[in-house]
Design a protein around this ligand. Structure first.
Ligand code: LER
Ligand code: MN
Length: 280
């Protein structure tokens, strides 16, 4: 398993669960200094991502790109795959294709989280799921042609009413006419929605494509009350070799959050003792 830490490039997302906020250069330098394997980047849109700068920084710091979040499409542009206006749904797909193009150049997947939207107003849940399924199928196949999976992330009930549990989402994804959508398991959302983290991860099985490594209070693992032991045990049983990515609040400071996240990752995956001052 590999470690990753988040960098947000979206000013409108301030207050959100991302560790580094001061640009790619500073975020990559700090991630590398702390020993992360990769960064997960949250751009405003595809055109706002400085691809050549990112490539240089990743090479310079020997980092990989773990994934690219597409939530900027919702936060900054108010687009989702399930809006009643077909023109806006089309623009949402275009937006996501743009991110897939950029991410695929780095062999990284794009993440459909908040751009899944929700059923509300005139849009029933069945209708929203039909639109979401069409969107993910088309975009999943598009990503497949680029050689990368597409990640779909169930969110807690306060963020979506479409899929909030991994087992429901897994069954639904298996019913779609694409074989290229994988599940993102965010331990923060799961702490709200799942009866038991290990069993939920097990239900995702080989669909599991990415993990957001966040504690119950959305801080670094060890700052809340999640016991990562069972999580890691199940991930090992599943043969999961992907990322545990710290999509967490930058608390008490970005550096302290990142330091705790990498200490907890090493402790959980390599049985490394935690540095004094850390807990988990
Ligand atoms: C995105 O990865 C996520 O977890 C959402 O809660 C974004 O707010
Ligand atoms: Mn997440």
């Amino acid at each position: 398993m590999l470690s990753a830490v988040t960098i947000s490039l979206v000013p409108e997302a301030r207050g959100g669960p991302f560790v580094f906020w001061n640009g790619l250069a500073e975020g990559c330098a700090q991630a590398a200094a702390l020993g992360f394997d990769a960064v997960e980047v949250f751009p405003r849109d595809a055109s706002a991502l400085e691809v050549s700068q990112l490539r240089t920084l990743l090479e310079q710091h020997r980092l990989k790109l773990a994934a690219v979040g597409i939530g900027g499409g919702w936060v900054a542009h108010k687009l989702t795959l399930t809006q009643p206006d077909s023109d806006r749904r089309g623009r949402a797909r275009d937006f996501i294709r743009g991110i897939i193009d950029v991410a695929a150049d780095f062999h990284a997947p794009a993440i459909v989280g908040s751009m899944q939207g929700r059923a509300e107003g005139e849009v029933t849940r069945d209708q929203a799921l039909a639109w979401l399924g069409e969107g993910l199928s088309e975009l999943g196949n598009y990503a497949e042609r680029k050689g990368v999976p597409l990640l779909y992330e169930p969110l807690n009930r306060y963020e979506t009413n479409l899929h909030s549990r991994l087992s429901d989402a897994a069954a639904w994804i298996r019913s779609l006419p694409t074989r290229n959508v994988r599940l993102l398991a965010d331990l923060f959302h799961m702490n709200i929605e799942e009866r038991e983290l290990g069993a939920a991860l097990q239900s995702a099985g080989d669909l599991l494509g990415h993990v957001h490594f966040a504690d119950s209070n959305r801080q670094a693992i060890g700052f809340g009350h999640t016991d990562p032991t069972a999580v890691i045990a199940v991930l090992r049983r599943l043969g999961y070799q992907g990322y545990l990515s710290a999509e967490i609040l930058p608390l008490p400071t970005p550096e302290a959050a990142a330091r705790q996240a990498i200490a907890a990752f090493k402790h959980a995956t390599q049985a490394t003792p935690l540095a004094s001052g850390s807990s988990c």
